[in-house]
Ligand binder design. Structure first.
Ligand code: F58
Length: 833
């Protein structure tokens, strides 16, 4: 073995950090031996993966430590992104790319007789998020680091992330995600960065020696939060930001108390309860479900994070908290961390003896809030009794904020009692609740939506009163996604083609560079290359589909893809109704000349969301019938791709021809999958919802398949009280397919199985599936026609990619920095390569 670890040193002579293939190879061997206690002869694939990961992490440390110095600089504001979710995706491939050592590592690995793809696949995905909101946080960290803005992402180190999805008999089955089982080489535990967090109990009011009114919180639980840091390297940038996740643990002194009185088991119980806080991510999607443990989780990570920021603020040489907002801009990713308003006030006023008014000014200047939903049922509101039992001091603080705020409202609108009732931080309709969005709107200096339409609707609907009170606080920052992970990493062939044509500037400067592709849109040779790349990606996906589902699909068919969380408003059932419509056309006319399609679905349903799970079952049931019917002759295939996550997304987006963005107008805040598809050359069929509106504007109306009611029309249909039964009765194709489902055509004769879904549609159809059906089917016919003309389609595809510059998360982050955070990048740029 010794021999194995010797050998050549790289040009820079440092096997620990050198970037030559020889250095990396030696470093892998060293890490295998010294960190994994393994020799090559007996090492498992996971040992090799860990050894490579440690070798890569070693190479991130230089930048990490220099970046710490920047974070210590008083003149540079640190952006704190507070989020209950970070859906980072696998780190290895991305870090190799960011460090610019992909080829060297590939060579090192090959020389060791290993397969890089197998090593990459060994990494368990850190699924610490459930969907768009968590993935957005990850894209934003990538952009912050790439743009060299000092930043820390703060969240929870869930032991169990989002469940793994299996499909059994067509139904979703949830499996616990054990992402930490084989070890996580990317995180570094920082036992010295630890904070205590109180819970429950009561408050005591008293006057201190100086005669000041003080409040003491006497909790009945105390736990501690320990920091785990994951480096986030900017793409070929000197900056490495940090993802700091908190793990809950028992406070030792509490154990001892119990132990001393002989109650050993109580001490152990206490430990178990403490560790429960960061045990599991709640996989819910909207609507809001008020579980005590979730409130405790939110408070836990908010408190640890704010205490950590105060620590850093003093470490930077400040001696008061008056200028805390010059050290930190704190972004609240939805209301999940909105307790920060009350907690920062508590830390300032109770712990650091700041005067209330000053504390309030600093709190407001520090915090800003992003809203991610228009669904009223998704807004977080905690039952007052529950809130009081977990956070008694915070409730007092919220009452005081509310008292002052409502005074201000009444001064402004003296005769408008109803307005005060609506904006109050406490909902007093029957059972009382604490309204977290109201708390965030009052306590933050900036409030933003995530797409132009979404921000406009926020101002007109759920946050209207706050917009009228504080119009200057409202901003729009349209979401973006990182072109590093979502093009360069996941679609290497396309990345190469783009770079060969316009140079590599697009990777860091999508907005300025990518449009240069437009000049190739009609170039015959370039079109061929473009088609080849897509074809290869489709073949690769087809192979994976076969391996995971047993379904054989034709890579030459149109890949029509809808991947996202399952929710009725996203209308995956509208898509499957179109599939049934195509199937009926084939059955009614077996010789029909129809453009072959493979319709691919993917996504998880919240474990308790019956209707979403029933839609998954319907898709699989339709798939079973369509895929096995000989009359179809392979012209139509339906696939449910199980366990859609970041890793699988990286395979799926590059292989799509058509992107399904078909939510009911006014329901999807932005969408980010829509951007990933389009960047990878898929054309969109979509409604005027969320960021679709802006995507269409960028790519051009003629390169986007638009259908469906507009938000205004939706409002009209809703207010006229139209009966969905009428649409059903008057549309023969719709009636035919609904009747088939009802008759058990896709459920082996079982007429009851899908009744709950059909009943909901026939009697309410809240998301206007029936109303949009015909427009959708007509639009899909246009898609098929367009796909027949491959040259035209390819032009449209190239133009879609070329015009997506705006949707880089770098643009979003620049907007946050300029308009909301007033944060600057580190100026001494140390460009690598
Ligand atoms: C999503 N929200 C929006 N929430 O639905 C989507 O339109 C938007 O593009 C994205 O945020 C980013 O802005 C979302 O993903 C959640 O996952 C919540 C997590 C906590 C429980 C409730 C759902």
């Amino acid at each position: 073995m010794k021999q194995d670890r010797e050998g050549s040193q790289g040009e820079d002579g440092n096997v620990r950090t050198g970037n030559s293939p020889a250095d990396i190879k030696q470093s892998i061997l060293d890490n295998l031996y010294f960190s994994q206690a393994r020799i090559p002869q007996t090492a498992t694939l996971n040992d090799w993966y860990m050894a490579l990961a440690y070798a890569v992490r070693d190479r991130m440390l230089d930048n990490w430590l220099t970046s710490n110095i920047h974070r210590g600089r008083k003149d540079l504001k640190i952006v704190s992104y507070l989020s209950a979710e970070f859906l980072m995706g696998p780190h290895l491939g991305n870090n190799l790319m960011s460090l610019g050592i992909r080829e060297q590592a590939q060579q090192a690995v090959t020389e060791l007789g290993l397969d890089m793809d197998a090593l990459l696949q060994q990494e368990a995905e850190p699924g610490l998020g459930s969907g768009g909101l968590g993935r957005l946080a990850a894209c934003y960290l990538d952009s912050l680091a790439t743009l060299q803005v000092p930043a820390i992402g703060y969240g929870v180190r869930y032991e169990f992330g989002i469940f793994d999805q299996e499909i059994r008999d067509g139904w979703q089955v949830e499996k616990t995600d054990k992402w930490l089982n084989l070890g996580n080489p990317w995180e570094i535990c920082r036992p010295e960065i630890v904070f205590t967090v109180k819970g429950g109990g009561h408050t005591e009011h008293y006057y201190d020696e100086q005669g000041r009114f003080r409040v003491r919180w006497a909790p009945n639980r105390v736990i501690k939060g320990v920091a785990y840091d994951t480096p986030v390297a900017g793409y070929c940038a000197g900056m490495t930001d940090i993802l700091r996740l908190w793990k809950s643990e028992a406070v030792e002194s509490f154990d001892f108390q119990a132990f001393n009185v002989g109650d050993y088991y109580k001490a152990v119980d206490e430990k178990v309860i403490s560790e429960t806080i960061s045990k599991v991510l709640y996989p819910n999607d909207e609507p809001f479900i008020g579980k005590q443990l979730r409130l405790a989780q939110q408070y836990f990570f908010v408190s640890c994070s704010l205490q950590d920021m105060i620590r850093i603020h003093f470490l930077r040489g400040n001696n008061s908290l008056e200028n805390f907002h010059e050290s930190f801009a704190v972004q609240l990713n939805d209301t999940h961390p909105s307790l920060a308003v009350a907690e920062l006030m508590r830390l300032f006023v109770d712990e650091h003896l700041m005067d209330w008014d000053l504390a309030w000014r600093v709190t407001q200047s520090t915090l800003s809030y992003t809203n991610h939903t228009l669904l009223p049922e998704a807004l977080e509101k905690w039952p007052l009794h529950l809130f009081a039992s977990v956070l008694p001091r915070h409730l007092e603080i919220i009452y005081e904020i509310n008292r002052r705020f409502l005074d201000e409202v009444r001064r402004k609108y003296p005769d408008d009692h109803q307005r005060a009732v609506r904006v109050s931080l406490i909902d007093e309709h029957c059972e009382k609740f604490v309204r977290m969005a109201n708390l965030a709107c009052v306590g933050c200096h900036a409030i933003n939506g995530v797409a132009v339409l979404h921000t406009m609707l926020l101002k007109r609907t759920i946050l209207r009163d706050f917009f009228e009170l504080y119009p200057e606080r409202f901003h729009n920052v349209t979401n973006g996604v990182t072109p590093r992970r979502w093009i360069a990493l996941s679609n290497p062939e396309l990345a190469r083609l783009i770079t060969d044509s316009i140079g590599e500037g697009w990777i860091k400067n999508l907005e300025k560079e990518l449009h240069k592709l437009e000049s190739f849109a009609r170039d015959a040779a370039f079109q061929k290359d473009w088609q080849k790349v897509k074809q290869k990606n489709k073949e690769a996906l087809a192979a994976v589909i076969r391996e995971r589902t047993g379904i054989v699909v034709d890579p030459l068919s149109l890949f029509d893809v809808q991947v996202k969380r399952f929710h009725e408003y996203k209308r995956q059932h509208l898509n499957i109704f179109h599939v049934i419509t195509l199937y009926n056309r084939i059955r009614n006319n077996p010789g029909i000349d129809i453009e072959p399609r493979t319709v691919i679905f993917g996504g998880k349903a919240a474990p308790g969301y019956f209707m979403a799970k029933l839609i998954i079952k319907l898709i699989n049931s339709v798939a079973e019938v369509v895929n096995s019917d000989p009359v179809v002759k392979g012209r139509l295939k339906v696939v449910f791709f199980p366990d859609f996550n970041v890793t699988n997304g990286q395979m799926i987006y590059p292989a799509a021809d058509l992107s399904e963005q078909i939510s009911l107008a006014g329901k999807e805040a932005s969408g980010t999958g829509n951007m990933k598809f389009s960047m990878n050359g898929a054309l969109t069929i979509g409604t005027l919802d969320g960021a679709n509106v802006e995507i269409r504007k960028e790519v051009g109306d003629e390169n986007f398949f638009l259908f469906g009611l507009t938000t205004e029309e939706v409002e009209n249909v809703k207010s006229c009280g139209c009966d969905p039964c009428n649409t059903y009765e008057s549309n023969t194709h719709l009636k035919e397919l609904i009747d088939e489902i009802a008759a058990g055509a896709f459920s082996r004769g079982d007429r009851n199985l899908f009744m709950p879904l059909l009943d909901a549609l026939l009697h309410h159809d809240e998301y206007l599936v029936f109303a949009d059906y015909q427009s959708y089917v007509d639009c899909q016919d246009q898609v098929s026609d367009a796909f027949r003309d491959r040259q035209r389609w390819t032009t449209m595809s190239i133009l879609n990619t070329a015009r997506m510059g705006k949707f880089s998360s770098d643009r979003s982050i620049r907007e946050y920095c300029d308009r909301i955070w007033q944060a600057k990048a580190v100026t001494d740029r140390r460009e690598k390569r």
